[in-house]
Design a binder for this molecule. Structure first.
Ligand code: ZN
Length: 598
């Protein structure tokens, strides 16, 4: 029997998932796609051909091996199922490549198939570039548009009670997303109540909420006491919407209560790495390792930094939705929430929303664990973290996070002083939204954080960070907090750095230091010198070997001055001080510790 390879790829995932700004619809859309991708594709394949095999199915794509005469039908059925489950909101593209007829079944996983794989990829790309013609729909000025996406015509109201939103009308696509979110909410609660029994891929709830089954299963393995409080089992709930997440954030212990943090992580150069695999066996192993690594990274970060949070005052609303309001005497176990929400997870992508004071620790942990779990595949992540006030629109926050992530990827190999000699291209970039006029990071970088003046180049940020350097920066912040470093001085230093030149920056920074206590001044200067020695010096290698930057940096407080390579005589002035000030409020002295405001 001849086999064919079938590649499937979901089209424009983000425009479907983030078609609206509402958490419920985002999560519903994400969950529908996840189930179609991880469960239903395989079900359809096995239904058509019991001997069909999955090479991989995650991150919105799939690669399947099945009987040649069933391949085209498989693509059509998957496409029909996508259309049905998303009410036409999402589509999937497929391509088929037959394998050599002489290929024996036992050799399928070991044979070198680079030609067939390259052809398949080409066919998939070509199919993606020629989407089917769209059918124009009837239009009328009196048709009402969907209250959520505003793009499609409204089809009806929510069939279940939604406090304060009864008057809203939604289109079929948005309604489907909302009903999905309501369904998986129940599945997640059932699974969170018995974490020890959750097995991904088995049981109704695990098949419904694919992502959470996997997460809860891993959480229970990594931290068996995650679902316990003082020895008693608790059943944490998923935040109902962004407002619930805001209450969870403001009930937290950290110093900054009114910020949310959005983390967006993405694998570095994964497409290129998977294209280097020669056999189906290698591809299967690679895809599974990367998918496992991102799940493990998420579960570890959740276990360590995102314990369930007790919130009061939200119960009435939550129960009203379930139609079971009780007066008084709420059982205590009902008032725990996960202090985060996963909006997207798959392949090598992760988007997670949490409170501002937790985001940085979580992002660091995710990047660190992913790197160690995917070491064999040389997998690394780039991460963008955006801190924004609670009321900041989610859509803007997401586009800032995407931009910060792109900057991290682009800059990983560009920055001269970032060269490390090792192959770890993990980078973390962050952006703090302050005031209404915050711009995308690459724009800020060019206009605020860097400046050229004659033969001198000033750079007020070391972003994007390598993990050890960021950890050193966070440790410095913790020390400064223990010392009680005055905030007013930090802001003075920030203003000084932003003057972006030699004379007035140095004068203003020294003036700020004048007002400090001796121990504060000593701490800051010692840290800055130490930081230079350690991280701005090509990892301590002699200048000749490092090649790019010559000589030792001179410290002209608050700048470190490096010579650019060659005979140009160009000087680069850098400082980590501004980054320290910007992150100051987002780092707790110690996990869960609270400090006084000054
Ligand atoms: Zn809609």
């Amino acid at each position: 029997m001849a086999y064919a390879l079938v590649a499937l790829d979901t089209d424009r995932i983000k425009s479907y998932v983030f078609g609206t700004d509402r958490l419920r619809e985002i999560r519903g859309a994400s969950s529908i796609l996840d189930r179609l991708n991880r469960e239903i594709m395989e079900e359809i394949a096995r239904d058509l051909d019991p001997r069909a095999q999955v090479v991989y199915a995650n991150g919105g794509s799939g690669l399947f091996l099945l009987a040649e005469d069933k391949a085209e039908e498989f693509v059509r059925r998957v496409q029909a199922k996508y259309s049905e489950e998303t009410r036409g909101g999402a589509t999937v593209t497929g391509a088929v490549q037959r394998l050599p007829a002489g290929l024996a079944e036992r050799d399928l996983w070991k044979a070198h198939l680079q030609e067939q794989l390259a052809l398949l990829l080409y066919k998939l790309r070509r199919a993606k570039e020629c989407p089917p013609a769209t059918v124009a729909r009837p239009s009328h000025p009196l048709f009402q548009l969907c209250d959520s996406c505003g793009l499609e015509y409204a089809a009806g109201q929510s069939p279940w009670r939604e406090p304060r939103e009864e008057h809203q009308r939604y289109c079929a696509i948005c309604l489907q997303k909302r009903s999905e979110d309501a369904q998986i909410k129940k599945s997640i609660e059932k699974m969170a109540a018995r974490p020890q029994e959750v097995r991904p891929g088995s049981g109704e709830d695990a098949k419904q909420a694919v992502l959470w089954a996997n997460l809860i299963n891993r959480l229970h393995r990594i931290a068996p006491d995650y679902f316990l409080k003082d020895g008693q089992p608790i059943v944490p709930k998923r935040p109902r919407d962004i407002d619930t997440l805001r209450s969870v954030a403001s009930a937290s212990q950290g110093s900054i209560r009114d910020y949310l943090g959005l983390i967006y992580a993405d694998g570095n150069g994964m497409g290129g790495k998977i294209e280097k695999c020669l056999t189906l066996g290698e591809i299967k192993k690679f895809a599974k390792s990367i998918d496992d690594a991102i799940y493990e990274a998420l579960a570890t970060a959740v276990a360590r930094h995102l314990s369930p949070v007790h919130v009061s005052g939200l119960l009435a609303e939550e129960d009203e939705e379930n139609g079971q309001t009780e007066q008084g005497g709420q059982p205590k176990k009902d008032s725990y929430f996960f202090p985060f929400d996963v909006l997207l997870l798959g392949g090598d992508d992760l988007m997670l929303l949490t409170s501002g004071d937790r985001a940085l620790q979580v992002a660091l942990e995710v990047a660190r664990v992913f790197r160690s779990e995917a070491r064999e595949q040389q997998g690394t992540l780039s991460v963008g973290v955006v801190f924004a006030p609670l009321k900041y629109p989610f859509g803007l926050m997401r586009s800032l996070a995407e931009n910060a992530l792109r900057f991290a990827k682009k800059q990983a190999h560009a920055s001269k002083w970032h060269s490390t000699g090792d192959d770890d291209d993990t980078r973390l970039n962050f952006l703090v939204v302050a005031g209404a006029a915050t711009h995308e990071f690459d724009y800020l970088y060019q206009t605020v954080y860097s400046r050229r003046e004659g033969n001198s180049e000033f750079c007020a940020t070391l972003r994007p960070y390598r993990l050890p350097v960021l950890e050193a920066l966070l440790e410095a912040i913790r020390q400064a907090k223990r010392l009680g470093f005055p905030r007013s001085k930090l802001h003075q230093l920030r203003e000084a750095v932003l003057k972006m030149n030699r004379t007035s920056t140095v004068l203003a920074a020294l003036a700020a230091l004048q007002g400090c206590h001796d121990r504060e001044r000593e701490f800051l200067l010692r840290w800055l010198y130490d930081f230079n020695q350690r991280y701005l010096l090509q990892n301590g290698q002699p200048a000749e070997e490092a090649g790019t930057i010559q000589g030792f940096p001179r410290v002209i407080f608050p700048w470190s001055c490096l010579q650019a390579p060659g005979q140009s005589g160009r000087e680069i002035y850098l400082t980590p001080l501004l980054d320290l000030v910007e992150l100051y409020d987002f780092v707790a002295v110690q996990e869960g510790e609270r400090e006084s405001e000054d």
